[in-house]
Write a protein that binds this ligand. Structure first.
Ligand code: PLP
Length: 387
């Protein structure tokens, strides 16, 4: 095998040639049920006809002009996302980490405008926000940080799902924001208690902090509503998403509301590729399809079906510590590291992931059938039973 690609991933020995809905086909013609969807990206499944058509049409029309000109598809996507989210405006980026960088910059600039010299953002244990220097600093895993010191100043850490711990930090006059994932993904599919986001909202309102929600993994319908926070009846000041927004086309967005929406002025932020006509045309088709086909509601139904399936099948297994999730963000925590199950699943024609060492993570496309959902439950359960 060539050494020309930098050595940053441990890769499985399989190469896919084609995709079809929830299925991938490798170069030998073997079919695999994709219960990971490119790590929560391919929400509409592989080669969705509406996405494929938009890609073909838009590539024949126009790919890129730059943000020096009006971009109608970008305006349409911003209109669509602000209407859906209750936010006021949008900055289009190319990835999740970039969307988070945008949101972090807004929090810092807001703090400095208020006269705070060292604007500081509260972030959570086990968080994952990306691999840029600021976002890896915001992340809670030493694995993503180690060796990249000096880390970026201006972040302090609190336990996840513990609003009281955050409240106890409120004497710190440098704090400008709380940044959390409403459901932690890489951290092991951690769903906080009901009321957690509402508590964070209350604390932020009390102290004039921004509530910044990273919905890069949990957004775009995956947890049963377009954004997860919509199930808590709150509005954040900033929300970021990416992954499912492009169904495979690189795109990310930072949405802002109220004071947060007015922080940037021309020159404060930018991106050469961000918001280009091509990515935005695809984003428009993806968002429209998720909404028109009621996929958030479908994700909720499928998630319940799968969780019930796992619970009835694995209830008596004492190597299963927890079965949890919301919508199609599902985690099965075992009592010991289980990374080898990824290869065992591949051998059975199923693509899964293991995160936080011992949590089987499932993020299937939102378009899977009941039968495909049951098949995922069957194969994963068989793997766990065979340990
Ligand atoms: N935030 C969350 C919650 C994520 O799950 C991820 C990616 O896994 C990121 C940020 C980083 O996104 P990207 O890899 O597109 O930069």
């Amino acid at each position: 095998m060539s050494n020309a690609v930098m050595n940053t991933y441990g890769r499985l020995n399989v190469a896919f040639e084609r995709g079809d809905g929830a299925w991938l086909i490798d170069d030998k013609g073997n079919r695999y049920l994709d219960a990971l969807a490119g790590i929560g990206v391919v929400a509409l499944g592989h080669t969705h006809p509406a996405v494929t058509k938009t890609i073909a049409d838009q590539s024949n029309q126009l790919l890129h002009t730059s943000n020096l000109y009006q971009i109608p598809a970008q305006i349409e996507l911003a209109d669509r996302l602000t209407a859906l989210s209750g936010m006021d405006n949008a900055f289009l980026a190319n990835s999740g980490a970039e969307a988070n960088e945008c949101a972090i910059k807004i929090c810092r600039l807001y703090g400095r405008q208020k006269g705070i010299d060292q604007p500081t953002i509260i972030v959570a244990d086990a968080a994952f926000h990306g691999r840029t220097l600021a976002t890896l600093t915001a992340s809670g895993s030493r694995k993503v940080q180690a060796g990249f010191e000096p880390l970026v100043n201006g972040f302090i850490r609190a336990p996840f799902n513990d609003a009281a711990a955050i409240e106890s930090m409120s004497k710190n006059k440098n704090i400008v924001a709380i940044m959390v994932e409403p459901v932690q993904g890489e951290g092991g599919i951690q769903v906080p208690d009901e009321g957690y986001l509402a508590e964070l909202r209350r604390i932020c309102d009390e102290h004039d902090w921004f509530l910044l929600l990273d919905e890069i993994q949990s957004g775009n319908g995956r947890t049963g509503s377009y954004f997860n926070y919509q199930q808590s009846n709150i509005l954040p000041d900033l929300v970021t998403t990416a992954k499912g927004l492009g169904n495979g086309i690189p795109i990310g967005v930072c949405l802002a509301r109220g004071k947060a929406a007015d922080v940037f002025k021309p020159g404060n932020h930018g991106s050469t590729f961000g918001g280009n006509p091509f990515a935005c045309a695809v984003g428009n088709t993806v968002v429209k399809t998720i909404v028109d086909e009621h996929l958030p509601a479908r994700a909720a139904v499928l998630g319940t079906r799968m969780l019930e399936g796992f619970r009835s099948r694995l209830a008596s297994r004492n190597n299963v510590k927890d079965i949890r999730g919301i919508g199609l963000m599902i985690g099965i925590e075992l009592d010991s590291p289980c990374g080898e199950l990824v290869q065992s699943a591949l051998d059975k024609g199923l693509l899964i992931n293991v995160t936080a060492d011992s949590v089987i993570r499932l993020l299937p496309p939102l378009i899977i059938s009941d039968e495909e959902a049951d098949q995922i439950v069957d194969i994963v359960s068989e793997l766990i039973e065979a340990i």
